[in-house]
Every structure is written in C-alpha cells, then in structure tokens.
Design a protein around this ligand. Structure first.
Ligand SMILES: *Cc1c(COP(=O)(O)O)cnc(C)c1O
Length: 227
C-alpha cells in the first residue's frame, strides 16, 4: 500500500513538473495506471489513492479484474494486442481501446458497442519509428484510417497512440513523440476532432509531456517491476 501510494504521488509530481517546465497545464495530462500482471489488490490500492484510469493488456486477465472490482468507478482502457475474433468484450466492457491498427477492428467495435453506452473511445496505434516487428500502422497510413474510423457511429476516434523504439536520451525520445504530435495536428487540420496523444511510459514520460502527451501510460513506476 505504502509503495503504491508513494509511487503514485511521485509520478503525479513528475507530471506536474514536466508540464510546468514545458509550458503546459498538468490537468491536460491524464495518468493511466497500467496494471497488467499486477493483482487486483494493487488496483484497489491505487484506486483508494484517487487513481481512476487503469490500463490492461490481456483480455481474460482484465475481465477477471473488472468482475472483482465492479463496485469501483474505474475507467478501463485496453492497451494490448487485439484479436479480431475477440472484439465483443472490448466493445462492451471497456471505455477506451488504444491499439487500433485496422479498419475492420474499429468497424466491429462500432457494431458491437451496446446502444445504451456512450461511444467507445479509440486511438490508432502508430509504429512511429517504423520498427519491423512492432504493432501499429505507418505514419503515412494514419490520415486514411482516421478518416474511415470517423464515420463509424458507435466509436469516437480520440487520437493517436505510440510506443517508440527504446531510446535513452531525452532528445531522441522527444523526436519520436513529436512525429506523433505532428500527425495529430495534421488530421485535425483535415477536419477531424481528436484530442488525445497517448504516449509516454515509465522511462520516457517527461519527453512525451514535452511533446504534448495528453495521456501517459505508466506501469512500472507505479506498481514496480513486473515478474
Ligand atoms: C506495459 C505497457 C505500458 C507501461 O509500461 P511501463 O514501462 O511499465 O510504464 C504502457 N503502454 C503499453 C502499451 C504497455 O503495454
């Protein structure tokens, strides 16, 4: 309990500091606590410390946690790889899906999103550094996919998500994030209304905030190393 609380406070402080340093309002930056492979109790502890947004990568694990924590007012984000035959639970159980890389998936999510619920929030995952084996689409494919998704009725395209190639120095980290930020500006210029840059993890959060991240996905720095 103590560590999670301490870690959360530290991350919140780091968000504030980075925002201040780069002339941004820290309230524009949502902290997503990435709880994959961490027990239900850890989520409950973070919740007790005021954390509301949680990210999970594995569907079954997430469903187990949602059932155990159904009393809590949690905003659930799916940030893992999507299997095209498993979209239904994503459409019904989550508030956000961050890793859209093809139209077919977005269309299914729209079709399967229950009518009584608000539209499902989506981000397109971009393979920002064009790494051979990484998930996500190429930068130049973003405008078309974004346009196509924006016509779907039961989903709302919120923006772009990326996991850059691992880089240690701050300036290289910034450079990758700036590509994503530029692309968000470009699709908005084309008439889309996207407000989300889902970028920045435990090792590169300040660089992401410097480049305009509105949602940082932090696991290790809050919950400790994953086994
Ligand atoms: C695991 C994961 C994170 C969190 O990474 P940390 O380095 O532990 O902060 C963020 N985003 C995605 C997509 C992840 O899979």
């Amino acid at each position: 309990m103590k560590n999670i609380e301490k870690n959360l406070n530290l991350v919140r402080q780091q968000i504030k500091q980075a925002a201040q340093k780069y002339g941004r309002n820290s309230e524009e930056v949502t902290l997503l606590a990435v709880s994959k492979r961490k027990p239900v109790e850890d989520i409950a502890h973070a919740y007790a410390c005021g954390q509301r947004d949680f990210g999970e990568n594995y569907l079954q694990e997430a469903q187990h946690k949602m059932a155990a924590l159904s009393e809590l007012d949690i905003c659930w984000h799916f940030i893992g790889a999507i299997q095209s035959n498993k979209t239904k639970p994503l459409a019904t159980d989550f508030n956000w899906v961050h890793c859209i890389d093809r139209f077919k998936i977005a269309r299914r999510l729209s079709e399967q999103r229950p009518d009584g619920m608000p539209p499902l929030n989506l981000c397109i995952q971009v393979n920002i550094d064009a790494e051979p084996s990484k998930a996500g689409i190429k930068l130049d494919e973003v405008p078309k996919l974004a346009n196509d998704i924006s016509s779907l009725p039961r989903v709302r395209l919120r923006g772009l998500m990326a996991i850059p190639a691992p880089q240690d120095d701050f300036e290289s980290q910034r450079k990758s994030f700036s590509l994503l930020a530029d692309m968000l500006a470009q699709i908005n210029q084309q008439g889309l209304d996207c407000d989300t840059l889902s970028m920045g993890m435990s090792h590169d959060m300040p660089a992401a905030i410097a480049e305009g991240a509105t949602l940082v996905r932090i696991g290790t720095a809050i919950f400790g190393e994953r086994l």
